[in-house]
Design a protein around this ligand. Structure first.
Ligand code: FAD
Length: 378
């Protein structure tokens, strides 16, 4: 593939860059609460939509522009370069699941407001006893006339407190083999019987939550696809979640690396050849992530569905981010405990759960070894 912009892409990039210069909100010096940051991300989502930049690779019939996924990658990259609030990630995977598995009524009802930011989503897959082994989930949905009654306990429902709707996996057939008895439902977060309890992470961020479903009633029309399709829908959703969409993360990594290099030069740390080597390694890791993401995006542009190769992008991106954050901690020395390097500590804590959410690093390696490399499972 050719990694350079085509003429059309270069023009698009220039127009977008100018738009971002005009529109990216000013940075706040004061510390923002989690709710303020969520509101800022939502306002940015809506602004991008009004500017015509959300849903570029989505079919025109659902409010998209029908362009190549490369345009989304350019948006992602330039958004990161411009230090703008992050892009609405769930549009890229829950939105895709709706597009691929929803019926016409569900698509018409949910996709346009999902693209525009009127509807915010969360993902209710994991449970206390079902994370890596998701197929062991025990939340159940029982048909009762024109409704399903959902009961169970979900863990790690990220952004649940800001979401309007949740894509929930529940067991509809307890007698079927465990992967086959699962179904997917669209559940309003303000349903009677649904109780959300935020989980505070190590960085003090209550971004994720546990959610209790106590006989939550949803209409039968909340079922996505057929009963028993839940596993297929979940695997497609996580493949898009792990996939190469986040090229913009590389811009963030590059900025963090540039700032670390400045710090290392200013403190004389670059006199140590090991530090120079580690900085060079961090740069190379970032470039590898960028090229792998671009390669996967270009194969997506040919119409290929996202699959196991998303696990490769996820592992590389996780390692690049975690190792850079670790190096930054090392180079800031005592400042990390005095509070003078609070941002570096914040970045470090932000990178830690990357090797868990969206499927743990060990599970990604299992996928790569068995499904890409064809190695035996035992
Ligand atoms: C910050 C954060 C946000 C999240 N957001 C969401 C969300 O929005 N929605 C959602 O549904 N879930 C979410 N998750 C859940 C996430 O997908 C799970 O935590 C993850 O899949 C791991 O499951 P678990 O926590 O149950 O750990 P376990 O499955 O119990 O795993 C524990 C350890 O054992 C290892 N392990 C387990 N099985 C194997 C195996 N077969 N081979 C090798 N090693 C193995 C794992 O790699 C891990 O290191 C989030 C998690 C975090 C931390």
């Amino acid at each position: 593939m050719d990694y350079r912009d085509s003429t059309e892409e270069a023009e698009y990039r220039a127009t977008l860059r100018a738009w971002l210069t005009e529109n990216v909100p000013a940075k706040h010096d004061d510390e923002r609460t989690n709710a303020e940051m969520a509101a800022e991300r939502l306002a940015w989502h809506r602004k991008l939509y009004e500017g015509g930049y959300i849903g570029q690779s989505w079919p025109v019939e659902w409010g998209g522009k029908g362009l190549s996924p490369t345009m989304d990658a350019i948006l992602n990259e330039e958004n990161g370069n411009a230090d703008a609030p992050s892009l609405p990630a769930m549009v890229g995977y829950i939105g895709r699941a709706l597009q691929m598995f929803g019926n016409d009524e569900q698509r018409a009802r949910f996709i346009p407001p999902t693209l525009s930011g009127e509807i915010q989503w969360c993902q209710g897959f994991s449970e206390p006893g079902a994370g890596s082994d998701l197929a062991s989930l025990t939340t159940k949905a029982v048909r009762d006339g024109d409704e399903y009654v959902i009961s169970g306990h979900k863990m790690w429902t990220s952004a649940g407190q800001w979401a309007d709707w949740c894509l929930v996996l529940a067991r509809t057939d307890p007698d079927a083999p465990k992967h086959k008895g699962i179904s997917a439902f669209l559940v309003p977060m303000d349903s009677a019987g649904l109780v959300l309890q935020p989980i505070v992470l190590a960085n003090g961020d209550p971004e994720t939550s546990e959610v209790f479903y106590d006989a939550v009633r949803v209409p039968a029309s909340a079922l996505v696809g057929e009963e028993g399709d839940g596993w297929k829908i979940a695997m497609t959703t996580v493949a898009y979640e792990r996939g190469p969409s986040d090229v913009g993360a590389i811009s963030t990594l590059n900025k963090q690396l540039a700032s670390l290099e400045r710090h290392a030069k200013a403190t004389g740390a670059t006199a140590d050849p090991r530090v120079r080597l580690e900085l060079a390694r961090a740069y190379v890791r970032g470039e590898v992530v960028r090229l792998v993401a671009l390669e996967q995006l270009s194969s997506r542009a040919t119409g290929k569905l996202v699959g196991e190769e998303g696990s490769v992008a996820k592992i590389l991106q996780t390692e690049a981010s975690q190792e850079l954050a670790h190096l930054a901690l090392e180079l800031h020395g005592a400042d990390i405990v005095t509070g003078r390097a609070a941002e570096v500590v914040g970045q470090y804590f932000q990178t830690r759960p990357m090797s868990v959410y969206g499927g743990s690093a060990q599970i990604q390696r299992n996928i790569i070894s068995s499904r890409i490399l064809g190695m035996p499972r035992s």
